[in-house]
Design a protein around this ligand. Structure first.
Ligand SMILES: NC(=O)c1ccc[n+]([C@@H]2O[C@H](COP(=O)([O-])OP(=O)(O)OC[C@H]3O[C@@H](n4cnc5c(N)ncnc54)[C@H](O)[C@@H]3O)[C@@H](O)[C@H]2O)c1
Length: 269
């Protein structure tokens, strides 16, 4: 079966589609003949989507805002006439800041910042897109992380936020069956410029060479991930002809962290 068969002509909304993993998903969707609406807070990244042509419409807005999500959905429905897939890619990282190092006086602000971005935005987008997805019998793909499964992929704030999305996914897959499939992708550490928490004055740190070397050395496949490495998982889960019977599932795209050994990351390393 041609893998583009089930996605051609379909319409997606991608939150946080202006860079990194979200942008790679947008490009792949367009390449398969889909039309895509993007909700993205960075003006510069919105401008950077222009080159993808008429199949993409970008709304500059905050994915934690109900109104901005509604505007993005309206844009998708007005321009493209339907919505088949919601992909949530918005996210902030906590730069691995440990509990002992979290400044007490900024704890509340940091918690609010990461939970509103990493969790509330997923809840809001789901709520806003629900009716359109029920109508199309479409699907949702959330972005989780190795931090939704194993310790130390972030500090306590990031870890808690990604486990929360796993809970949301499980409940949504139940509540929305049999009309809407709800699945997720859990990428491992990937070379992107993911932002840290402004409440903690964190600079992005993930794309650095040292960080990438570290990520490569701990995963069994010794893989150095780019955003494109995860795209196939999103395409599969969004495609009703390939994954029409799949819901409540998370694909771990992390180089095999779940089979990591104690003495060495992999048997042949
Ligand atoms: N990079 C990694 O190592 C990694 C690993 C596992 C999971 N993830 C997850 O992948 C997702 C994408 O991250 P990425 O690494 O591609 O980073 P990224 O920063 O390139 O992508 C996130 C996008 O979301 C946008 N964004 C952030 N907050 C927003 C808001 N409130 N409203 C609208 N847009 C907003 C950003 O501008 C950016 O374009 C996140 O959920 C992240 O937690 C990343």
């Amino acid at each position: 079966m041609n893998s583009s068969e089930g996605l051609e002509g379909k319409v997606a909304l991608v939150t946080g589609g202006g860079s990194g993993i979200g942008r790679a998903v947008v490009e792949a969707f367009v390449g398969l003949g889909m039309r895509v609406c993007v909700l993205e807070r960075s003006e510069e990244k919105v401008g950077g989507l222009d080159g993808l042509g008429d199949s993409v419409r970008a709304v500059r807005g905050d994915a934690t805002s109900l109104e901005d999500n509604e505007q993005a959905l309206s844009q998708a429905l007005e321009e493209f006439g339907r919505l088949d897939t919601l992909v949530c890619c918005v996210g902030l990282w906590d730069n691995l800041v440990k509990m002992r190092r979290l400044p007490k006086e900024r704890l509340h602000a940091a918690f609010e910042e990461i939970f509103s971005t990493n969790v509330e935005s997923y809840v809001v987008a789901t709520k806003v897109c629900l009716d359109a997805l029920v109508e199309s019998e479409g699907s949702i793909v959330y972005t989780l992380s190795n931090s939704a499964f194993y310790s130390d992929g972030g500090g306590p704030l990031y870890m808690a936020s990604k486990f929360a999305v796993r809970g949301l996914l499980t409940q949504m897959a139940y509540e929305l069956a049999p009309k809407v499939r709800v699945n997720g992708v859990a990428p491992g550490g990937t070379a992107t410029g993911i932002a840290g928490l402004s409440s903690l004055e964190q600079e992005p740190m993930l794309g650095s060479e040292k960080m990438q070397e570290g990520i490569k050395s701990i995963n069994p496949l010794q893989h150095e991930f780019t955003p494109e490495d995860h795209v196939g998982a999103y395409l599969y889960l969004a495609d009703p002809t390939l994954a029409g019977g799949v819901t409540g599932v998370i694909i771990n795209s992390d180089g095999g962290l779940g089979v990591r050994g104690f003495s060495k990351p992999g048997g042949m390393v």
